[in-house]
Design a protein around this ligand. Sequence first.
Ligand code: PHE
Length: 339
Amino acid sequence: LKEEGLDQIKQAENQKMLDKIRVELMGRKGELTEILHSMKDIAPENRPKVGQEVNQVRDILQKQLDEAKDHFLQAVIAKKLEEEKIDVTLPGREGHLGSKHPINIILDDLESYFIGMGYEVVQGPEIETDHYCFEMMNLPKDHPARDMQATFYIDEEDLLRTQTSGDQARVLEKHDFSKGPLKMVGPGKVYRRDDDDATHSHQFQQMEGLVVDKNVTMSDLKGTLEMIAKHVFGQDRKTRLRPSYFPFTEPSVEMDVSCFNCNGKGCPICKYTGWIEVLGAGMVHPNVLENAGVDSTVYGGFAFGLGLDRFAILKYGISDIRDFYTNDVRFLEQFRKEE
Ligand code: PHE
């Protein structure tokens, strides 16, 4: 029985076969068990000897079974190790890293700049109401300046905002002046009916700015705009303000920076004027304050609206505004170093 058992164990090719043999040899219906069960038929004086022998055989077989089992387990592990082998000396495959969009680079930079100056950042809805986009901003329905804003209307009241200026009205309505001055910037997408070409897009991005407090003056506006221009376009830029018109500011201005390309001497980028227009601004019109329930005899402020696309075009020398939206990776990857 012992020899037969050992033989069988040796012949087992895998764990499954081994399990079967184990059950046959050692199980409840196995031969060894049977012998132990039939002890009562053996003469009492022989019982200790037979018992001892049976136990010995069982121990030997058990040991052999354990060894075989171990052997199979080792084989499985070895196979797995072989299959999952990695060559750590192989050079790594390079992952493809995305890069920040140039407009987002400017946006993130300006946001943290303004946050550092104590402004809060707000985000108004892109589907805006006529009420906030125009009426509250001193542009009633029959106002001729509405023609300046080629508007996509959704219905009578809703439209795709043509400017982020509606954000001004929204924060003015909510601000509690007993808690301090209002300082906010509101970046986001705006839309205008326009045929897309190298310099026009039906969608672009603005950043609105608004500061309202007691005793805010035009020189505060001038200083703020000058700092923005220098921050974005370089410390040695000169700036100038030109009179302009917006329904929601009075007086209104546009700011130019001295051309960074030719340093004011004249080149194609500045159309040989030495200056580049970068934003519109002005002192908040009293009607805008009153519309939002703010006493214009006590409070006043300034507002500005800058084009993020325009900033990016100027800063990075981009010649076609459509490059911002077609998202060619070769275009986008050029800005990785600027992040
Ligand atoms: N909303 C104006 C525009 O889109 C820009 C602007 C904002 C001008 C705030 C003055 C004050 O042209």
